[in-house]
Design a protein around this ligand. Structure first.
Ligand code: AMP
Length: 283
């Protein structure tokens, strides 16, 4: 496995891999890697002859009062995990390498999909995500790119962005990896102490309660969302941001559920703001 820090090196390695007939698999991350990231690398390795992991804490996607400076970092640990997962190349650029002019004048905005849910709670977040992912796709060239369903709205946005801009990257979604008590693996779980970590299992329990209501025949969106909120309210360490059920592809909220839907939740537990989601079938 090789570690590189420049865009030129990534382009050279990917050009060589493609020239040798290998499909490039790309796994974009913000580092502090865990089993969730690892599952993306394994999926990429199973389908691609050359796997690149990018590690970049992207300032563009953090709001002014968010955790950019506190965001956990551990390049040494990340390199060990990536090597163990069979990764070929790690690209860990500096902020200056990615944004040599400081602020970018060009921003990618995916209208509609980016406005609600995380987009409403974190204004500008998805513009930062779409812009850096467009940049990473441009750097990587033709490839398959692996993203987690854990960040479901991000996955939809990145998929749409690649389609809309005819970027030669196939976006592949991978299932969420969880701890045994249901908590989705996340770099931000590092903000939780032991008691909070247990308490944070409430997000998955709330999602499961929502799916249970749908499976039992509930079709009123309000009622399913209220059921999820009720479960969160039962955990004193958790404070709900939103609990929503939306169409799985458009992310639009309808009063009456039908077809394939997605239940999404965001809540604070201690210093961490956590998100999670699951799918369900409403008739
Ligand atoms: P991040 O480093 O948090 O920006 O995440 C990088 C990629 O890993 C994104 O595509 C995430 O959706 C994915 N990811 C993060 N956590 C998980 C998880 N628990 N299961 C599966 N994928 C994940």
């Amino acid at each position: 496995m090789e570690l590189v820090h420049t865009i030129a090196e990534v382009r050279a390695r990917h050009d060589a891999a493609r020239a040798a007939g290998r499909v490039v698999g790309l796994v974009p991350t913000m580092g502090f890697l865990h089993d969730g990231h690892r599952s993306l690398m394994i999926a990429a390795g199973a389908e691609c002859g050359f796997v690149t992991v990018t590690i970049f804490v992207n300032p563009l996607q953090f709001g002014p009062n968010e955790d950019l400076d506190a965001y956990p970092r551990d390049l040494e640990g990340d390199l060990k995990l990536a090597e163990g997962a069979g990764v070929d190349l790690v690209f860990a650029p500096t902020v200056a390498e990615m944004y040599p002019d400081g602020a970018v004048a060009t921003s990618v905005r995916v209208n509609g999909l980016a406005d609600q849910l995380e987009g409403a709670s974190r204004p500008g977040h998805f513009d930062g995500v779409a812009t850096v992912v467009a940049k990473l796709f441009s750097i990587a060239g033709a490839c398959r790119a692996y993203f987690g369903e854990k960040d479901y709205q991000q996955l939809q946005i990145v998929t749409r962005m690649a389609r809309d801009l005819s970027i030669p990257v196939q976006v592949i979604g991978c299932p969420t990896i969880r701890e045994p008590h249901g908590l989705a693996r996340s770099s931000r779980n590092a903000y939780l102490d032991g008691v909070e970590r247990q308490a944070a299992g409430v997000l998955k329990r709330a999602l499961d309660a929502g799916v249970g209501a749908i499976d039992a025949g509930e079709r009123a969106t309000d009622a399913v969302e209220a059921r999820m909120a009720e479960v969160i309210a039962g955990e004193p360490r958790a404070a709900l941001d939103y609990a929503r059920v939306v169409d799985a592809s458009s992310l639009e909220r309808r009063d009456v559920l039908h077809g394939t839907v997605r239940l999404l939740i965001a809540a604070r537990v201690g210093a961490a703001r956590l998100i999670d989601n699951v799918g369900a079938q409403a008739g």
